[in-house]
Design a protein around this ligand. Structure first.
Ligand SMILES: Nc1ncnc2c1ncn2[C@@H]1O[C@H](COP(=O)(O)OP(=O)(O)OP(=O)(O)O)[C@@H](O)[C@H]1O
Ligand code: SF4
Ligand SMILES: [Mg+2]
Length: 394
């Protein structure tokens, strides 16, 4: 939308003022629509397409109305998280993994960040669902930390440095269980410390975050996230800040606790090794869209999309000697001005004549395996095209 000079990101003063006016008008309107919708339970209550799923993302579009134009960070994303399963979300930096999870938690930076299209259905347990996009904040406060919780990448910044560990776990339990006595809250906090494998639980309960190692801090973050037995845990790069041996311990712990609490995990990472070891299903994202999804076996052993094939090729293999590790040529297109054709085309080594046409549809190539690539047009069933929102109509 920005009137930019050829090959540059220059925006004239006039264009910049026009973008600011447009952003102000649209975000005000969207905020008002959301406030109105959140007053009417009919507008934020819906039904799960499949009651066996805990979350369904249905053509979700989350855009940022930024100073340089509209960034379509998540644009027509479709995938499900089945109950009691781990779904890995992979893709290179900036492809929209975190924005997808923040949309589910309603933690986007507003008013500039807005979910402008689609539905995010969160199962209430009986097949009926909240459409998170319109759910009022008063209900979101009960869902966050209680039914859906999040573990972040950097455990030091996720914990408050001025409060003792015990106080920070107690706070979450008290918030969601206002009738619990102080003794019971403390007992539950100690139980959680025990569950996440902290040996000296009474001692750690009284410590500050800086007195713990990185691995211990991440265990505390997991204890806080799981204190209310959530039905969905979002782990956004949970082990990136930790060394490899601690990484394996934390992932094992997360997987064990998930089974014990009968939760599901949405595991966001760019580390394919982590996903391979843990996930039941894998969703591959590229430039704000899902390009392939399927079981971990399908994605790792039979990748179909040229981007996924490239990701697999760029992974080092133990015992295999190579002079130079493969890397996918080129870079992701400018998020403010996405092309009309396949977003991967300019980097794709397998493109054909059809690839210059419109963006490819989602094609089912087996019961669980779906890919967005023209090469599979004859081999599978077309499910539909991702639905982008035309911002000029907002
Ligand atoms: N607050 C914001 N304002 C404007 N644009 C944003 C904002 N937050 C994210 N974006 C844009 O949205 C896109 C997706 O970002 P996101 O954080 O989801 O990437 P990611 O896949 O999680 O990457 P990483 O692996 O580096 O964490 C990026 O182009 C980013 O620049
Ligand atoms: S649609 Fe064409 S350009 Fe896009 S990934 Fe498939 S083969 Fe490559
Ligand atoms: Mg991220």
């Amino acid at each position: 939308m920005a009137e930019q000079g050829k090959g540059t990101s220059y925006i004239s003063g006039k264009e910049s003022r026009r973008i600011t006016r447009f952003n102000r008008r649209v975000t005000r309107k969207l905020e008002k629509q959301r406030a109105d919708a959140s007053k009417d339970p009919k507008l934020y209550t819906t039904k799960m397409e499949d009651p066996e799923n805990i979350v369904e993302f249905d053509n979700v579009c989350t855009y940022f109305f930024s100073d340089v134009g509209v960034v379509k960070a998540v644009d027509g994303v479709n995938f499900q998280v089945p109950r009691h399963s781990t779904v890995g979300i992979v893709g290179e930096s900036g492809c929209g993994k975190s924005v997808t999870s923040l949309s589910l938690m309603q933690l986007l930076q507003r008013p500039s960040g807005q979910t402008v299209g689609g539905e995010i259905r969160f199962n209430k347990g009986d097949g009926s669902a909240y459409n998170i996009v319109n759910t009022p904040n008063s209900i979101m406060e009960k869902i966050r930390g209680n039914q859906i919780s999040m573990i972040f990448q950097e455990p030091m910044t996720a914990l408050n440095p001025v409060f003792r560990i015990g106080e920070q776990i107690d706070e979450v339990i008290e918030l969601h269980n206002p009738d619990m006595t102080e003794e019971k809250v403390k007992a539950r906090s100690l139980e959680m410390l025990d569950m996440v494998g902290i040996a000296n639980k009474e001692g750690v309960y009284n410590m500050y975050p800086h007195e713990l190692s990185g691995g211990m801090r991440q265990r505390i973050c997991i204890a806080i996230a799981l204190a209310c037995s959530p039905s969905l845990i979002i782990a956004d790069e949970p082990t990136t800040a930790l060394d490899v041996t601690i990484q394996a311990q934390i992932l094992d712990l997360l997987q064990n606790l998930k089974d014990r609490l009968q939760s599901s995990i949405m595991l966001i990472t760019h580390d394919l090794g982590v996903v391979a070891g843990m996930a039941d299903y894998v969703v591959v994202m590229y430039a704000g869209r899902v390009v392939e999804k399927g079981t971990a076996e399908e994605i790792f052993h039979h990748p179909a999309h040229p981007y996924t094939i490239g990701l697999m090729k760029s992974k080092p293999v133990v015992g295999q000697k190579v002079d130079k590790l493969y890397n996918i040529p080129g870079s992701v297109p400018n998020p403010v001005a996405m092309p009309d054709y396949c977003y991967f085309r300019d980097r794709c080594e397998m493109q054909c004549a059809r690839c210059s046409g419109k963006y490819p549809p989602e094609i089912r190539i087996s019961g669980t395996h779906v890919v967005s690539c023209w090469r599979y047009m004859e081999e599978g069933k077309v499910l539909g095209y991702p639905k982008s929102v035309d911002v000029s109509t907002l």
